[in-house]
Design a protein around this ligand. Structure first.
Ligand SMILES: Cc1cc2nc3c(=O)[nH]c(=O)nc-3n(C[C@H](O)[C@H](O)[C@H](O)COP(=O)(O)OP(=O)(O)OC[C@H]3O[C@@H](n4cnc5c(N)ncnc54)[C@H](O)[C@@H]3O)c2cc1C
Length: 384
């Protein structure tokens, strides 16, 4: 066992760090205050041009073909500078991987190059509905075959990047009589398709630079060729791809947490109380030691899950462990970092309160911590 990165992985991580520092970090506060959309979209384009929108997509479809480990390192580096950009990159990579995994040759050739070269600013992943969040198999959106088309009707909720995504992967019920989860299919729907309506933009606690919208389907007709994979077998696709996506959200959590702890470590060295830097006080040192240890453990879980996925081995249990541990560690790290800043941590002149707000969603989306525990327990108890 060794922990060295390959030359390619080191180079990708270094490029991500540089782009994050040069382009993402200076924009993060503006995005948090609701501005900067054009610069944000420009950054997505630059990230695509540098290979970050298809890190695990094959080179013949314009991808970087660098693997999941490179993906995780990249999302961590980008998330450290700007969580809104980090989540956009993570979800867009996941959309690309769905198309690569179950799309036919024509679908891959039509959509992957546009995702990887930035023609599409982002990809959208339409699974959640108002009545189907943790239990997405309970979805109600319908797709009805009509000649050589399917007609989609329903509403998806909380869809990341919906306002600027060029293509959406959409799950809908095609056989309502089938047992739960067995009658769901997956479709590719291009932005601008009549009947695909981008609804209300959600006002959020954090990650405000990333758009989150309702997506409505009102008699939205797509050609039969938009079916992704086999009819009625779409739910398995969602479950499989979410496992990969969780490695991205775990890495994003780690990035946000590291940003907060970096600020805190610098602050406690500088800030003096009782005639000494805060960093001289054992109580403060222990807080830092505990959080840093948790982040290191999170990193190892992330790298393990990514490595397993890259080896083509089962990784769902490890991806859930990584997502659970890293996102919960990020809550503690961002709150500890805020606490270590005292009153300044609560003031918007410092980024600490933003880090805490940005981290908060990571224990919720792409499966809550409770759902990760269900998955882990199911896997751990399997066969006993
Ligand atoms: C900013 C943001 C971006 C998002 N982006 C996307 C996206 O791009 N695409 C997409 O499809 N979805 C997206 N989502 C949706 C997200 O994945 C869901 O919100 C999440 O899965 C939880 O579903 P829910 O909100 O319906 O909560 P619920 O399922 O109603 O859960 C409420 C609470 O009950 C708990 N709970 C539920 N079931 C159980 C159980 N069996 N045992 C124990 N506890 C349980 C949950 O853990 C949670 O604490 C996004 C959400 C947000 C807020």
């Amino acid at each position: 066992m060794h922990f060295d990165l390959t030359e390619e992985q080191s180079l990708i991580a270094e490029t991500a760090r540089k782009l994050a520092a040069d382009r993402l970090a200076p924009l993060a506060e503006t995005l948090d205050h609701g501005g900067g959309r054009e610069a944000f979209l420009e950054n997505l384009k630059v990230l695509a041009e540098n290979g970050f929108m298809g890190l695990n997509v094959r080179a013949d479809y314009g991808g970087t073909e660098a693997g999941t480990l490179a993906f995780a390192l990249s999302v961590e580096a980008l998330g450290l500078a700007c969580a809104s950009t980090g989540v956009t990159v993570s979800v867009t990579n996941m959309v690309g991987e769905v198309i690569q995994a179950v799309g036919n040759e024509a679908q891959r050739a039509a959509y992957l190059p546009k995702l990887t070269d930035g023609t599409y600013a982002a990809g959208g992943f339409c699974l959640t509905e108002a009545g189907a969040g943790s239990d997405p198999a309970g979805m109600k959106t319908r797709a009805v075959k009509d000649g050589d088309s399917y007609i989609l009707n329903g509403a998806k909720l909380y869809i990341t990047s919906a306002e600027y995504a060029g293509v959406f992967v959409v799950w809908a019920v095609t056989d309502p009589a089938a047992p739960k989860g067995k009658g769901i299919s997956c479709f590719l729907v291009e932005a601008g398709t009549p009947g695909l309506i981008i609804g209300k933009a959600e006002k959020k606690m954090g990650q405000t630079g990333s758009a989150t919208n309702e997506v409505l389907f009102q008699d939205c007709r797509v050609p039969a060729s938009a079916l992704l994979g086999h009819e009625n077998q779409g739910f398995r696709v969602a479950v499989g791809e979410l496992a990969g996506g969780r490695i991205g959200i775990a890495a994003l959590s780690l990035g946000i947490a590291r940003a907060a702890m970096s600020a805190a470590k610098a602050y406690v060295k500088e800030r003096q109380q009782f005639g000494a830097p805060l960093s001289d006080m054992q109580g403060i040192q222990w807080m830092i030691a505990d959080r840093e240890t948790e982040l290191e453990a999170a990193r190892l879980l992330i790298l393990q899950a990514a490595w397993l996925k890259d080896q083509g081995r089962p990784f769902a249990r490890e991806a859930s462990m990584a997502k659970l541990f890293a996102s919960e560690a990020a809550q503690k790290a961002t709150y500890t970092a805020l606490q270590l800043h005292g009153g300044a941590g609560y003031i918007k002149d410092y980024p600490l309160e933003r880090y805490a707000r940005d981290a908060r969603i990571t224990t919720i989306y792409e499966g809550t911590s409770e759902i990760q525990r269900l998955i882990i327990a199911r896997e751990v108890l399997k066969g006993i």
